[in-house]
Design a protein around this ligand. Structure first.
Ligand code: SAJ
Length: 429
């Protein structure tokens, strides 16, 4: 990949911005494009559009990254990387709207042998059945001749200090050999890990869906165990840790209040939907999704059970939910189980307060102390295991009248809560 060629990264979120910063660090001229003018202004002022210390730091050092809302810059680039979201709607139906609208823009500039790489997570068939026909129709150009197309599914683990865009192995598939080689050469020039060539676009599209469906079904497995062992009085976490002493053929996952994020609870639906359209019903993937989607309800049911034991109807109880984001130590609320828990509490409980130090703007109290000092909190649900919650002292909670703690991430030390006289329940322990 010659150094003086310019690259464009479209979509400057959790995937696109770290990628654009990596490309810049590798000395390849890069321009970032995003439809959100506020995000562009922040980035051009070296401010991260989302809470991420690593991104803040990298932005400070990036002197050659330009961000813009103007797709016109595409006429001067030779590699275009698409990193826009591929969400599902409230009925879990895949929404390729962002990909389609970006491709509609790209098609205006698709001359001179440009390479288009799709990083967004898409199901098998999207490149060949939607993206390439759209690009060819709108640009009146031919893939494999006037432009090239590859798929390199994003792999990012928000909040992970060890694995990041520069060292996570990737897979890549191409429309044809030239597309594949071009994309493979590009990623090999910026990533230190192996880049595996897949033998088709469909295989590359399937890899990401499969790796995340694998995680979703494994989480559903332990979530179902947790609900069963809750009845049986068996500590499921101890059992999983026991099984994990087996040095082969076991991969521990842990039960919790639900599965959130932009990947795990979303990606399986892309395969479920595409397979259904092609005559196959993924019963297992669908069942795993419904088990995981049911964990917020299970968490509130356990709360109601514990309050009832103390003679407190849930409807009369004031609840404090700790954690809004879907994952510890980041501020991302996409598909967060906390939101479902809060929705259920608003229908069934007394007053509901929320505190997440990573999402202050949506917290109803500025701190845990503020919620406790206001008095009247009967119970706490820990929905996200932020490290800030580690220092919570059950003796203090008891002093403020908290009677029940439901540990949605099995994060706290159960014994300390029981010794403080607080009714404690985890998820399956
Ligand atoms: N979760 C559980 N039990 C588990 C693991 C996760 O309930 O044992 C829940 C989490 O609380 C969270 C959700 O599942 O709500 C997703 O957690 P995650 O750790 O999978 O976090 P993500 O969504 O950031 O997943 C990313 C993904 N990366 C990509 O899609 C490229 C995923 O594939 C990675 O496996 C994951 O990071 C990772 O390994 O941490």
């Amino acid at each position: 990949m010659s150094k003086n060629k310019q690259t464009a990264v479209i979509g400057l979120g959790y995937v696109g911005l770290p990628l654009a910063l990596l490309i810049e660090r590798k000395g390849i001229p890069v321009v970032g494009i995003d439809s959100d003018a506020n995000k562009i202004a922040l980035i051009n002022n070296k401010k991260s559009p989302f809470l991420d210390a690593k991104i803040e730091e990298e932005l400070q050092e990036a002197n050659n990254l330009v961000a813009t809302t103007d797709y016109g810059v595409l006429k001067d680039v030779d590699t275009i990387i698409v990193c826009v979201p591929t969400p599902v709607d409230e009925n879990h139906t895949p929404d390729l709207g962002p990909v389609i609208s970006v491709c509609t823009q790209i098609a205006k500039y698709l001359t001179g042998g440009k390479l288009v790489i799709i990083e967004s997570t898409i199901n098998p068939g999207v490149c060949e059945e939607l993206i390439i026909p759209l690009l060819e129709k709108l640009s009146k150009n031919k893939c494999g001749k006037d432009f090239y197309l590859a798929h390199c599914p994003e792999r990012i683990n928000p909040g992970d200090d060890l694995w990041d865009v520069s060292n996570i192995p990737r897979v890549v598939g191409g429309y044809d050999e030239v597309s594949l080689e071009k994309a493979h050469a590009f990623y090999t020039s910026i990533i230190s890990a192996p880049i595996k060539k897949m033998s088709s676009l469909k295989e590359a599209e399937a890899v990401k869906i499969v790796e995340n469906s694998f995680r979703d079904v494994n989480i559903a497995f332990v979530n179902e165990l947790a609900m069963s062992f809750h009845k049986l009085g068996i500590n499921v976490v101890n059992v999983i840790d026991g099984a994990a002493t087996k040095p082969f053929a076991f991969l521990p996952h842990y039960p919790g209040a639900g599965v959130g994020g932009h990947c795990i609870p979303v990606d399986p639906y892309y395969l479920i939907d595409y397979a259904e359209k092609n005559g196959f019903t993924h019963e297992f993937l669908s069942l795993a999704r419904s088990i995981n989607n049911g964990m917020p309800q299970f968490t509130v049911d356990v709360l109601a059970e514990e309050l009832a034991r103390l003679g407190i109807p849930l409807a009369d109880a004031n609840i404090l939910v700790l954690g809004l984001s879907y994952k510890a130590n980041i501020g991302d609320m996409r598909e967060s189980p906390s939101l479902e828990i809060i929705k259920i509490l608003k229908e069934r409980a007394g007053k509901t307060h929320v505190f997440d130090p990573h999402v202050p703007e949506l917290s109803t109290v500025a701190s845990l102390d503020e919620a406790l000092e206001a008095g009247g909190v009967h119970a706490i649900i820990l929905a996200t295991s932020h490290k800030e919650f580690q220092k919570i002292d059950p003796v203090d909670l008891k002093k403020y009248g908290v009677q029940v703690v439901i540990d949605g991430r099995n994060y706290f030390k159960k014994k300390a809560f029981i010794e403080a006289g607080i009714a404690y329940k985890g998820i399956g322990r």
